[in-house]
Design a binder for this molecule. Structure first.
Ligand code: GLN
Length: 239
């Protein structure tokens, strides 16, 4: 079995080392004897989504998002078809905002991909903190770090989790991120997947199911990852 992971515009969308998420996916495939190939796409490259099993859109500054958003309009149709066909996507922070219809900033509107029915408005202050969220779909809480000016509103979509500590999508409605088909959007930055191997496996399982009909992943020894995760939960949630 083999998965192809597409990393979109790593030169522009790679805040706080979002690239580490790719390494985590690759490693957890390899540990199970599954081949994983990573393809990086730059702005000038054309993308054939039918070759891809997982797409990562990382975080970026407002300026970088503005540059990327022009290119995204060109690939919108193909990207949308991939998402509607249950292609797996992990979109973090700036990339998450770009999944939606738009991100309104003081400098103007950044047009999104309209892959998921959501939108973002810039607010003040920036929402910066450690964050813990929870969703019964996952065996234990999801932990991370958030740093965003945008406030995202996901309407009737399912969130990735309920905020136990932190701000989440907009600091108001107690929701963080979004789940739509096989798309995960989240404000949790940087080492999201190494800190949350259960989220990594959720993405891998969805991609393997779509490609090969696999419904179970071989378990790995995540004892240390779980301990680290639990430490964060206890530090911020259980006092
Ligand atoms: N520029 C966006 C914001 O500030 C996203 C930032 C990010 O990816 N950290 O809301």
């Amino acid at each position: 079995m083999k998965l192809v992971i597409g990393h979109l515009y790593p030169d522009l969308l790679n805040l706080y080392g979002d690239r580490g998420n790719i390494q985590c996916m690759k490693k957890r495939c390899e540990w199970r004897g599954i081949e994983a190939e990573v393809r990086e796409f730059q702005l000038m490259d054309s993308i054939d989504f039918s070759d891809l099993d997982i797409v990562l859109l990382g975080g970026g500054s407002d300026r970088e998002q503005m540059i990327v958003c022009r290119k995204l309009q060109e690939i919108q149709k193909d990207f949308k078809a991939y998402v509607e066909d249950y292609g797996t996507v992990i979109a973090v922070c700036g990339g998450y905002q770009l999944l939606g219809h738009y991100y309104d900033t003081e400098e103007g509107r950044i047009e999104g991909l309209s892959l998921v029915d959501l939108y973002t408005e810039q607010g003040s202050p920036r929402l910066i903190t450690n964050i813990v969220i929870q969703n019964d779909l996952f065996e234990y809480p999801i932990v991370g770090f958030e740093n965003h000016g945008g406030r995202t509103y996901i309407g009737d979509n399912q969130p990735l989790g309920k905020v136990l500590f932190g701000y989440g999508n907009n600091g108001k409605d107690g929701a963080e991120g979004v789940l739509y088909k096989h798309v995960v959007g989240t404000y949790l930055h940087g080492p999201l997947l190494p800190k949350n191997p259960h989220v990594c496996d959720y993405l891998l399982k969805n991609a393997l199911e779509r490609k090969y009909g696999v419904t179970e992943l071989e378990p790995l020894d995540d004892e240390q990852e779980k301990e680290a995760n639990q430490y964060i939960v206890e530090r911020f949630v259980k006092k």
